[in-house]
Design a protein around this ligand. Structure first.
Ligand SMILES: Cc1cc2nc3c(=O)[nH]c(=O)nc-3n(C[C@H](O)[C@H](O)[C@H](O)COP(=O)(O)OP(=O)(O)OC[C@H]3O[C@@H](n4cnc5c(N)ncnc54)[C@H](O)[C@@H]3O)c2cc1C
Length: 478
């Protein structure tokens, strides 16, 4: 008999046969989907002594590892090197940009993915998780069918993730009209690109392709790029992109898209027309939940998302859901946190619910946009008595050395805790670790102002911003 578990061990004597499908012994958890949310839940549960079956239809690591976070950040790093080669003269280094070798870029990127993939497979094996290759379908409140076999769990965790959406009338052909799935695997640098959607993914690809030498135009229906960020950050990114020659049209939706021999033509609702070699559709991601037995099992859903409470419990006892499948921020570290939360809740550790305001967020474009906590608009909407301070990175030694522009904006309750930190500039994503602690530990400006920051680092700007807000600015006016 062919038996699918690749890593874990199952006693074959315990097998029972039911209605033609093979039934294997019950697990503490059966997890459908081995992306960030699913595998984090598997690893933590196994660590807590639970028996776990992890079902994955494609590759463990999911979107983030194979077509999301990791490949895009590798592309962005190649882009940074390209800009470094172009701009060497500014720093007294003789260098020139002679072009992009996509085979070389892909070999570097795929090498990173492959090492991380192997590491993750090893980790799963070492924790004795039963890894099942195949497409799982929920067939009852406590069982999942894969390849004609039934896996039963005291708990079922749904972690089937998300897919790249498109718009009505725009058909993804993978050649001229693509999504990020294709964008991370390109074998050439397009001469020109139109990007439909100026959110995080759209802006990151715009940044890569501009550095690689493409002519880039972003079309965004909302009034700003990265519109979920504080308006001040969006405006700074727009200024920086404009300076880099990245073009964009804001506050206007596309009306039609056609392809021709040369590429694509996009007509906007305001009548303007744009042509390019390819079109990247980056208009958001939708939950993977159709035809998986979720609704049939009585799980409450909304627009395909599985609805959960603050411990990621669905309305069906024993069924949980995590990651991009539920309507929380679609970020890998949110998926990790939800997976761990579920594992710990099942193990009886009673973990605290996740504070989604305290989730760090980064757009890894050049310049980076990073934030944690509330925007000014949201803080006011929630009735906070808000004070703000913006520290210009021009006053920071390391920013001058790197040649980056940007700022750190603090939003605080008057005489109270920091409510939000919003940053723009090279490498500001690395400053989020401290910003996250400040926000989540409800520090006040005066608490942070007394802490030392190494000189000369970008992190000094974090200290200076808090000193200024506490009324004792050193290298800033005010
Ligand atoms: C281009 C891009 C860049 C991104 N960059 C970042 C970033 O820099 N930082 C960040 O935090 N987030 C980033 N994200 C978001 C991040 O990738 C997701 O939030 C994360 O992958 C969600 O994890 P998940 O486990 O919910 O879903 P997924 O990672 O999508 O995993 C779901 C898994 O379930 C499997 N599956 C689905 N249905 C079944 C089934 N029926 N049976 C078995 N298996 C099934 C799939 O094959 C998949 O492997 C990016 C996303 C994209 C697309």
């Amino acid at each position: 008999m062919r038996f699918p578990p690749l890593y874990g061990k199952i006693d074959l004597d315990e097998l029972q046969i039911t209605n033609g499908a093979t039934r294997v012994p019950e697990f503490d958890l059966v997890i459908i989907g081995g992306g960030s949310g699913g595998y984090a839940c598997a690893l933590r549960s196994a660590q807590l002594g639970k028996s776990v079956a992890l079902i994955e239809a494609d590759k463990v690591g999911g979107t983030c590892l194979h077509r999301g976070c990791i490949p895009t950040k590798a592309l962005l790093h190649s882009a940074e090197i390209a800009d470094g080669a172009r701009e060497g003269g500014k720093f007294g280094v003789k260098s020139s940009f002679d072009g992009i070798d996509m085979a070389g870029v892909n070999s570097y990127k795929d090498g990173v993915i492959s090492r991380l993939h192997k590491g993750l497979q090893g980790l799963i094996k070492s924790r004795a998780i039963t890894y099942i290759e195949g497409y799982g379908k929920l067939v009852s409140k406590n069982s999942v069918e894969v390849n004609g076999q039934i896996y039963t769990g005291k708990n079922i965790v749904l972690a089937t993730g998300s897919y790249a959406k498109t718009l009505p009338g725009i058909e993804i052909d993978g050649k001229k009209i693509i999504t990020s799935d294709h964008g991370t695997k390109m074998e050439y640098v397009p001469k020109s690109v139109i990007i439909l959607g100026g959110g995080v993914i759209g802006c990151e690809f715009a940044s890569v392709w501009k550095s690689f030498g493409s002519d880039v135009t972003i079309i965004e229906g909302l009034s700003h790029l990265v519109a979920l960020e504080d308006e001040s950050s969006s405006k700074q990114l727009e200024r920086a992109f404009r300076k880099r020659g990245i073009k964009f049209e804001l506050g206007v939706f596309s009306k039609s898209v056609t392809t021709n021999k040369k590429g694509v033509e996009v007509t906007l609702e305001n009548g303007k027309t744009f042509s390019a070699e390819i079109l990247l559709v980056s208009v958001g991601r939708g939950p993977v939940s159709a035809n998986l037995g979720y609704e049939a099992t009585g799980i409450t859903m909304d627009h395909g998302y599985v609805l959960v409470d603050d411990k990621c419990r669905t309305n069906v006892p024993g069924i949980w859901a995590v990651g991009d499948l539920i309507p929380t921020q679609q970020l890998a570290h949110v998926g990790f946190a939800e997976g761990v939360l579920v594992a710990e809740e099942i193990a009886g550790l009673n973990p605290s619910p996740i504070n989604y305001d305290g989730v760090p967020r980064v757009t890894y474009s050049d310049p980076e946009v990073a934030s944690v906590g509330l925007t000014t608009a949201e803080a006011k909407r929630r009735g906070h008595d808000v004070v703000e301070l913006t520290y210009d990175l021009a006053g920071n030694g390391k920013a001058q050395i790197l040649g980056t522009a940007g700022s750190i904006k603090l939003i605080a309750e008057k005489d109270g805790a920091i409510l939000g930190v919003h940053m723009v500039g090279a490498r500001v994503g690395e400053l989020l670790a401290e910003a996250e602690l400040i926000f989540n530990w409800e520090a006040r400006a005066v608490d942070v102002a007394s802490l030392l920051h190494a000189h000369p680092t970008l992190s000094e700007a974090m200290g200076e911003a808090h000193m200024a807000l506490a009324g004792k600015a050193l290298h800033a006016h005010g």
